[in-house]
Design a protein around this ligand. Structure first.
Ligand code: NAP
Length: 237
């Protein structure tokens, strides 16, 4: 591996916004680790992105809802790489058929929190040693959502919305805890994006959805930390 290249690991990078982020950063010369819960999906996506971009792309099996999987992935990564420059916590689920907070089921709520909130936190925790070794300061980018904004929260998608509000709190906690290590941590709302999650009628393309993530990974000043951003600008929590 060319050690002068920056390394980025993206969870859920086999489709949607994660895949577009992987494609764009590979085209910009990053060494991209496509982390996916299904190993075959990861291998296929990595091969296709490498062919498309001519970039260095690897795959890594990583289920963000499974601690053993996260730990194994971090160990496997550490056997091949000294450091990690950027972690993109992109993997997420949108539970179908949720009607009302008044009918929320404990197990369903827990499933959403496990993937959308605790997943990014634990991936950050186990990859932190490699982020600390980044020569330019590590970066953690958490894919949040406007539905997680407390400032205008309504009754829609209760467990998803709350999981993203809590993810924003994880961003703030991590940003404060990792500041002394030079690691920046931010939340991004990608807007409403045409993916399997966003659906066909969403107004934004995947490259528009990935734009702020790519900017934070490749261009933003390291001093940008502890923020919630859409279209490269801070938005209310
Ligand atoms: N699309 C939007 O309008 C929108 C708006 C606001 C925020 N977001 C956020 O942006 C992120 C990406 O969304 P998207 O629209 O690209 O979603 P998507 O097309 O549904 O893709 C979701 C990705 O997450 C992966 N994933 C789910 N659970 C996982 C797990 N336990 N371990 C590892 N990977 C897992 C999926 O893998 P599999 O293929 O294995 O299922 C898939 O690669 C999400 O965090 C989402 O909440 C999206």
């Amino acid at each position: 591996m060319n050690s002068s290249k920056k390394t980025v690991l993206i969870t859920g990078a086999n489709r949607g916004i994660g895949r577009e982020t992987a494609r764009t950063l590979a085209a910009r010369g990053f060494c991209v680790i496509v982390a996916t819960r299904n190993a075959d999906d990861g291998k296929q996506a990595a091969q296709e992105i490498a062919e498309e971009t001519g970039g260095g792309v690897e795959s890594l099996a990583l289920d963000v809802a499974d601690d053993v999987s996260i730990q194994s992935a971090a160990k496997f990564f550490g056997e091949r790489h000294e450091s990690l420059d950027v972690l993109v916590n992109n993997a997420g689920i949108f539970p179908e058929g949720e009607s009302s907070i008044l009918e929320v089921d404990r197990q369903a709520f827990f499933r959403t929190l496990t993937t959308n909130t605790l997943g990014p936190l634990l991936v950050a925790r186990f990859f932190r040693p490699y982020l600390e070794k980044s020569t330019e300061g590590g970066r953690i980018i958490n894919l949040s959502s406007g539905l997680g904004q407390l400032s205008d929260m309504e009754a829609d998608a209760p467990t998803y919305s709350i999981s993203k509000t809590a993810l924003n709190a994880v961003t703030r906690q991590l940003a404060a805890s990792l500041k002394s290590k030079g690691i920046s941590v931010n939340s991004v709302c990608p807007g409403w994006v045409r993916t399997d999650m966003g659906g066909e009628s969403a107004p934004r393309s995947v490259d528009e959805g990935a734009d702020t993530v790519v900017w934070l990974a490749a261009e933003a000043p390291q001093s940008v930390t502890g923020q919630f951003l859409r279209d490269r600008k801070p938005i209310p929590w």
